[in-house]
Write a protein that binds this ligand. Structure first.
Ligand code: HEM
Ligand code: HEM
Length: 138
């Protein structure tokens, strides 16, 4: 059961990296006037899978810890960064759906969305390191 959350989160991070890879094309065309195609629908699908899976995985990590130890928020830095990621995930999903369902020419919101989601991925990579140390305790 201990490995469920790490495996789930690692998969979510892979989907996130692919969404970022697709999003970089949008940055090129929107901000640097480079006419590269942006796979909009695929980005929305892959990005949604990444952020929703990470959201469920984060809640799942707390639930599993509660089942094992009867407590949550005991994992130090891993738990604190997890809480920050939880907030950023909500911002990433809301901004993404606004961009998707209310299409118009914008510059600021896409940039905010990109910075927020890049931060999620950087923090998630850090979670691999602290999570690895946590696994060693079990
Ligand atoms: C890990 C997840 C995600 C990452 C790393 C990511 C990254 C990006 C990046 C880098 C851009 C380009 C922004 C710009 O040109 O300034 C972008 C655009 C966009 N993203 Fe995401 N995104 C993610 C998730 C999502 C989700 C979940 C949705 C929708 C539900 C979404 C919808 C969009 C849309 C519609 C655009 C185009 C906006 C426009 O050009 O007006 N993204 N994303
Ligand atoms: C997006 C990345 C991740 C987030 C947001 C996240 C978040 C969390 C949270 C909130 C908890 C509960 C902590 C507590 O209540 O004290 C937790 C537990 C845990 N995390 Fe993560 N985590 C992530 C990735 C990882 C990875 C990659 C690993 C392993 C390499 C890992 C290993 C663990 C372990 C061993 C636990 C204890 C409970 C369990 O195994 O399910 N986490 N995580």
């Amino acid at each position: 059961m201990i490995y469920l959350h790490p495996i789930f989160q690692l998969l979510a991070i892979c989907f996130g990296l692919y969404a970022l890879f697709l999003g970089i094309n949008r940055i090129k065309s929107l901000h640097f006037q480079k006419p590269v195609p942006f796979l909009w629908k695929r980005h929305v699908l892959v990005g949604s899978i990444a952020l929703i899976a990470m959201l469920l995985g984060t809640l799942g990590g707390s639930i599993i810890l509660f089942l094992l130890w009867g407590k949550v928020f005991v994992a130090g830095t891993h738990a604190k960064v997890g809480l920050v990621i939880l907030f950023l995930l909500i911002v990433g999903l809301i901004s993404g759906y606004i961009l998707h369902f209310h299409k118009k020419k914008r510059k600021f919101l896409p940039l905010l969305h990109a910075a927020n989601n890049l931060l999620i991925l950087l923090l998630a990579l850090w979670q691999i390191k602290t999570g690895w140390n946590l696994l060693a305790i079990f």
